[in-house]
Design a protein around this ligand. Structure first.
Ligand SMILES: Nc1ncnc2c1ncn2[C@@H]1O[C@H](COP(=O)(O)OP(=O)(O)O)[C@@H](O)[C@H]1O
Ligand SMILES: [Mg+2]
Length: 226
């Protein structure tokens, strides 16, 4: 299944994607901007493709973790993407019925139209492999992927060229996207041709960082007022 989250910056596309992918038992996340900082004993952070490959295999075949967040240090993000998706393809071929979430943050950083990614998008089992992509504008996602996306999550959008691309899928989604307020989004379910609007951002909010500063003072003291 393919999900795309689009819209202007800072509205919550990546947060929504993280919320969505977190519903799945195993998760492969590509986060070049290093936005995600959540700490969890079942989450592994990797910064080069060799480690990403090892960690993804260990996650799926040895249950060593539930989430691998690849924050590439490599300069060539296209190559990093190609190798990461190749690893995922070999995993999906070996375990097609493994429920896995694949979250690609910021589609504009990569060429998504590689044979490997297109294989994942088109040939993986839709009920088991969930691919979530965020993008600023529809044009950042190749037409071939937009054409087969099952779910669109569209945040406030004003640019006519963007709205036109959304309208190619659903004129009503484009119309609603123009009128959205704050962090509300339009959900276009292309499989069922259904439109819904979520006006309750707290229903999907999830923190990308959970590193709360350590408190060293003992608890239990009573507050005294002068
Ligand atoms: N549902 C939400 N409720 C409250 N704050 C949110 C919500 N979603 C995102 N934020 C905050 O808004 C900022 C931008 O979120 P982000 O997901 O990075 O947006 P985008 O990917 O659209 O640029 C972050 O500081 C994030 O914590
Ligand atoms: Mg983002």
């Amino acid at each position: 299944m393919i999900y795309i989250n689009i819209g202007r910056r800072e509205l919550g596309k990546s947060t929504l994607a993280l919320f969505m992918v977190s519903q799945l038992p195993k998760r492969a996340i590509l986060d070049p901007r290093r936005m995600i900082r959540r700490v969890d004993s079942r989450t592994e952070y990797v910064t080069n493709i060799m480690d990403a490959r090892d960690a993804l295999h260990a996650m799926v075949f040895d249950d060593e973790s539930d989430e691998v967040i690849y924050q590439p240090e490599e300069d060539d993000l296209d190559l990093a993407f190609e190798q990461w998706t190749r690893t995922l393809k070999t995993i999906v071929i070996q375990q097609p019925e493994r429920e896995i979430g694949i979250f690609v943050d910021e589609a504009s950083f990569y060429n998504l139209e590689t044979p490997t990614f297109m294989w994942l998008a088109k040939c993986s089992l839709r009920d088991y492999t969930h691919i979530i992509i965020t993008a600023h504008q529809p044009k950042d996602i190749p037409t071939g992927i937009r054409a087969i996306a099952d779910h669109w999550f569209v945040f406030y959008t004003t640019q006519e060229t963007d709205l036109a691309k959304i309208a190619e899928k659903s004129p009503s989604a484009a119309r609603e996207a123009k009128a959205l307020k704050g962090r509300s989004y339009v959900h276009w379910n292309d499989t069922k041709a259904e439109l819904a609007i979520n006006k309750n951002p707290s229903s999907w909010y999830i923190s990308m960082r959970n590193s709360v500063p350590t408190t060293v003072t003992p608890k239990g003291s009573e507050v005294a007022h002068e």
